[in-house]
Ligand binder design. Sequence first.
Ligand SMILES: Nc1ncnc2c1ncn2[C@@H]1O[C@H](COP(=O)(O)OP(=O)(O)OP(=O)(O)O)[C@@H](O)[C@H]1O
Length: 232
Amino acid sequence: MLTVKNIDQYYGSSHTLKGVSMDVKRGECMALLGRNGVGKTTLLKCLMGVENIRSGSISFEDQEISQFKPHMRAALGMAYVPQGREIFARLTVEENILMGMATKSGRQAKQIKEEIYDLFPILKSMLHRRGGDLSGGQQQQLAIARALVAEPKLIIFDEPTEGIQPSIIKDIGRVIRLLRDRGDIAILLCEQYFDFAHELADRFVVLSRGEVVASGDREAMDGDDVKRHLSV
Ligand SMILES: Nc1ncnc2c1ncn2[C@@H]1O[C@H](COP(=O)(O)OP(=O)(O)OP(=O)(O)O)[C@@H](O)[C@H]1O
């Protein structure tokens, strides 16, 4: 569904991504692993069009998208749950969720499907609260709900467990597993929390200093050459 081939990215003269290649298939969860500062978020921003690549290619459903603006990628079915959530603090929970449906038109754009509340019951009881008044974990759930109402084909999570309390990490893990088991969506999960990623991932890639240094199936995630590149 998503194929990245040999991409390079620079911040000024700093070469941040070096010949990165990877892919994510429909129905699978791909884990993107690596220590702080190796370029994971930069890679995700390049995928969404928030940062530009210098060379290489990014294709989504066999269409080259590396020159597309972020809103065009969103309209094609790519959704991004950013690190730090980036919800609208002054809008209500309901308004935040509706923002995720901006690419839909007419009645469809106004109706939040019940399945969103089945995934995140807590949000239903908080619909009229301001986003900024929610706890960090609740904001993370809201950011995921906002991404899901767009009914994406690919959903990208940037460290969804960061700074979140264990009980909500469990809830988020349950939702990602449900999405994966549905089989019709591709999931790219960027994580530093190894056990969380290990439980959910079908395959993985490890970044180190902007390069892919290891990749493979879930079974290979436990290997020493993977752990050497992570803080585990
Ligand atoms: N806007 C920017 N301008 C210049 N340098 C940046 C910018 N954003 C990130 N960097 C640098 O690029 C490198 C990769 O950062 P990035 O945020 O992609 O890493 P990361 O693996 O996602 O780390 P983290 O887990 O801390 O988010 C770091 O050295 C960072 O300081």
